[in-house]
Design a protein around this ligand. Structure first.
Ligand code: FEO
Length: 174
């Protein structure tokens, strides 16, 4: 059984995961407006992953006898100054999500909620990957800043991303 505080905090996190999906879909749309199809495709895959993160929380709350109550999702930004600015925004956002996950872990410890604590470990590891993905992209973009054609090379590379459905199973232990 989830405590009321824990249930509320997990519900809040469902909102943030869906907000992340919204944000990355908005970024995809920005890239599509620049005809950077590889960047757009990468962001769409990222948005799908975020929906699945939300669903992991959704299933977990239900499994623990809690009640999912969906909250309003804010409108994400729609425009950025440059492709680099988009990726820097994404990195900053992932760092904020890491903070939120860390606070959930701390709350699970305070509540002596071992099941939630263990469930959250998947997200702790996932956040390392999420920050690394955006961090690497930011670095690459800075490297090619003065190289004409560099951004198109990255665009081609990003078009290769495929959604990893194996890590996105809806079961909480997947
Ligand atoms: Fe669900 Fe990108 O963290």
């Amino acid at each position: 059984m989830l405590s009321e505080r824990m249930e509320q905090a997990l519900n809040e996190q469902i909102k943030w995961e869906f907000y992340s999906a919204y944000l990355y879909l908005s970024m995809a749309s920005y890239f599509e407006s620049l005809s950077l199809e590889g960047f757009a495709s990468w962001m769409k895959a990222q948005a799908v992953e975020e929906c699945m993160h939300a669903m992991k929380f959704y299933h977990f709350v239900n499994e623990r006898g809690g009640r999912v109550r969906l909250q309003a999702i804010e409108q994400p930004p729609t425009d950025w100054e440059s492709p680099l600015a988009v990726l820097e925004f994404g990195l900053k956002h992932e760092r904020e999500v890491t903070e939120k996950i860390n606070r959930l872990v701390e709350l699970a410890q305070e509540e002596k909620d071992h099941a939630t604590y263990i469930f959250l470990q998947w997200f702790v590891t996932e956040q390392v990957e999420e920050e690394d993905s955006f961090g690497s992209l930011v670095e690459k973009m800075k490297l090619v800043a003065d190289a004409p054609g560099g951004i198109f090379m990255i665009d081609r590379e990003l078009a290769q991303r495929r959604i990893d459905f194996t890590s996105l199973a809806t079961e909480t232990n997947a």
